[in-house]
Design a protein around this ligand. Structure first.
Ligand code: CIR
Length: 255
């Protein structure tokens, strides 16, 4: 169960966030409204939401998931692989220190890089995507930290997608939303697969929060498949974040 969530409001500069999508620039006002709806959905899941003010210096800073990995035993401050995002860490450290004692905060050190979007938690085991943003050195540092606290991690090389959780979401009870390059990956064969339908790939990024699942608006087959398993689904529109390669998981840290 999660008790806390941290989010950061999008800044006006978000319209210049890093993107590979060809969907045009985000509408900032609509993004703000969607952010408010996202917070409301999280509150419905019974968590206390800490809302950080926008940081105009960093266009992608609303995607707080990439700056830290919050486990039940320790916090990891990352070193984002995207050069324009490295500076986001500085303002997150004091926030994480409100929730974790200093001796339970670990850091990814250069040349290691790691972004939280590449980390998928399954109990005390963590899958780590090796991507354009997270390198093997960063993953090894994280695995060493996990082992220090009696947990474990393993690497999953990525081929085409941005982050591990762009294409995979663990929604507990052995259920895994899975798409694209992961479908035939034996690493995930022990999970019950919910295959994301062709054309709904963006819907693979959902979040489980205390028994409910937040699903992006506009992915009806994915939504139905999750509901069919008995989950209560909360639909949240993230259209403006999709334009800068962001989704539901990227917008929060859940712990
Ligand atoms: C970026 O490219 O870094 C942002 N525009 C999107 C980050 C998405 N974060 C995530 O999947 N965890």
């Amino acid at each position: 169960m999660f008790t806390h969530v941290i989010v950061k409001k999008p800044c006006r500069a978000m319209i210049d966030g890093i993107t590979t999508a060809d969907l045009g620039k985000p509408d900032y006002q609509l993004a703000m409204k969607q952010h408010g709806d996202y917070i409301q959905a999280l509150e419905q899941c019974g968590v206390q939401v800490t809302v950080l003010e926008a940081d105009e210096a960093y266009p992608d800073s609303c995607f707080v998931e990439d700056t830290a990995v919050l486990t039940r035993k320790f916090a990891l401050i990352t070193n984002p692989g995207a050069p324009s995002r490295k500076g986001e860490i500085a303002s997150m450290i004091p926030v994480i220190e409100r929730f974790y004692p200093k001796e339970a905060i670990e850091y990814i050190q250069a040349p290691g890089t790691l972004e939280g979007g590449d980390i998928m938690m399954v109990g005390d085991h963590f899958y780590i995507g090796i991507s354009a943003r997270t390198n093997r050195e960063g993953a090894q540092q994280f695995i060493r930290a996990l082992e220090k606290y009696g947990m474990s991690g393993e690497m999953v090389p990525l081929h085409t997608i941005l982050h591990l959780k762009t294409g995979l979401s663990y929604i507990e009870n052995n259920n895994l939303l899975i798409s694209g390059e992961f479908l035939d990956n034996p690493t995930f064969s022990q999970f019950h697969h919910l295959k994301v339908a062709a054309g709904e790939e963006y819907g693979a990024n959902c979040i489980w929060v205390n028994g409910k699942v937040l699903v992006p608006a506009g992915y009806p087959q994915t939504q139905k498949a999750i509901e069919a398993l008995g989950y209560e689904v909360l639909v949240v529109d993230t259209s403006e974040y999709r334009k800068i390669d962001g989704g539901l998981s990227c917008l929060s840290l859940r712990f």
